[in-house]
Design a protein around this ligand. Structure first.
Ligand code: ADP
Length: 399
């Protein structure tokens, strides 16, 4: 069975085609800058060692998917005869609000519900819908499934998702913590359970997703009970360009005492803050290099980034009561031993100890990095959101 996974952004389509029997990636790629003067499509096929790179005008997502389908069915490097070879399509959808607690087969009602959630994710949900509509056109016979970033966190209890503002704003405007990166937190939690040799339902874990966006989840008996992102992805950890936790009164202070308007503050905190705001770059590799060269801002940024993670480890340990494992994942979590070291340093009293030797290893598979005296397992687990979307899609269509 072949499943096609589509992740549509406002000007991009990221995709992977899986052969589900052995989770093999038959083709993958990224189309960027849709609607701009030139778009770039980079496509990798299992039938060719070289990636295909095409630069041309792609005015919209529908045309973009057409280009991708042409490559998937290409006589030389194609991996399917025609689109009817694809058994199902899995779409990443960012915001499912409270309506979607699990992966859902897409029909007109579901499309309408995703539309209704646009106010909660004004940039993401419209893009996701464009991808769904284009896929309906080019894969008319394949069932389509929506996998929501928010769904895994729908088990968070009320006292953890409610903000301390008058209840009417929750009732009327649905203002609450939703959390994101759910597909990744769930995938790495499952992999951690395999590594620990125990059913996920018996495990308490803290999962730490550190990419450009960063979030943590407290997982009790396999279910998310708290997460650091909030109603939007802005809350919580320090990220590539987002500030994470901040006193909300700063918004008003900025508007009162600078030339910024509220829209500017939104942009400042989402796009110009975090590592980028502190150092000029959102890429931790560059920040680490600047730090090694003695740059004080980079040193501060790295310390702040690690300190915020450590604070959440403490908070979530308290929430869970018993902790079986901590899981690091995504670009930074998988590849930065220094960030893993700094964010767990000094936690021996909590039974958390990372081995310098194991932490320094560069293997790409899921592994333990705790020291011999650590009561809590510490793991590095590569995330694979696309594969998880494909697996959940398969589960839905197989009923
Ligand atoms: P996205 O959220 O865009 O999927 P990724 O999960 O790819 O992001 O993570 C991107 C982040 O990972 C960047 O900050 C990048 O600098 C960081 N990263 C990747 N490799 C390394 C590395 N070897 N050392 C430190 N940071 C790394």
């Amino acid at each position: 069975m072949k499943i096609f996974v589509i992740n549509t952004g406002s000007s991009s389509i990221k995709y992977q085609l899986f052969q589900m029997a052995d989770s093999q990636v038959l083709a993958s790629g990224l189309l960027e800058r849709i609607g701009e003067s030139t778009s770039k499509l980079k496509h990798q096929s299992a039938r060719s060692p070289e990636a295909v790179v095409r630069e041309k005008v792609v005015p919209d997502h529908e045309q973009g998917l057409r280009e991708i389908v042409d490559l998937l069915t290409d006589p030389t490097i194609g991996v399917i005869r025609d689109t009817s070879d694809v058994a199902a399509i899995g779409h990443r959808v960012v915001h499912g609000g409270e309506a979607f607690k699990r992966p859902t087969r897409i029909d007109q009602k579901v499309i309408q519900a995703i539309e209704e959630h646009i106010p909660l994710a004004p940039l993401h949900n419209p893009a996701n819908l464009t991808g769904i509509r284009a896929a309906l056109k080019y894969f008319p016979s394949a069932p389509q499934v929506a996998i929501f970033d928010t769904a895994f966190h729908q088990t968070i209890p009320r006292h953890a998702y409610h903000y301390a503002i008058p209840d009417e704003y929750y009732r009327k405007l649905k203002i609450r913590r939703y959390g994101f990166h759910g597909t990744s937190h769930f995938y790495v939690a499952k992999k951690a359970a395999e590594l620990l040799g125990k059913p996920l339902q018996q495990l308490n874990l803290i999962t730490i997703h550190l990419g450009n966006g960063c979030s943590m989840a407290a997982i009790q008996n396999g279910k998310s009970v708290d997460t650091s992102m909030g109603m939007t992805p802005l809350e919580g950890l320090i990220m590539g360009t987002r500030c994470g936790d901040i006193d909300p009164a700063i918004h008003f202070y900025l508007v009162d005492h600078s030339t910024l308007q509220f829209r500017d503050v939104d942009k400042l905190l989402n796009k110009e803050s975090g590592l980028k705001g502190l150092t000029g770059t959102n890429d931790l590799r560059d920040v680490m290099q600047m730090r090694e060269a003695g740059n004080g801002n980079a040193e501060l940024a790295v310390r702040m980034f690690a300190y915020r993670i450590k604070k959440y480890i403490g908070a979530y340990y308290a929430v869970l009561g018993r902790l079986d494992g901590i899981v690091f994942t995504a670009g930074i979590g998988e590849n930065s031993p220094e960030m893993r070291r700094l964010s767990t340093a000094g936690l021996e009293a909590l039974g958390i100890e990372v081995s310098d030797e194991r932490n320094a290893e560069t293997v790409k598979s899921a592994r333990f990095i705790q020291g011999g005296n650590s009561r809590v397992a510490v793991m590095v687990v590569p995330t694979n959101e696309e594969l998880e979307i494909a697996l959940q899609t398969q589960e839905v269509i197989e009923g």
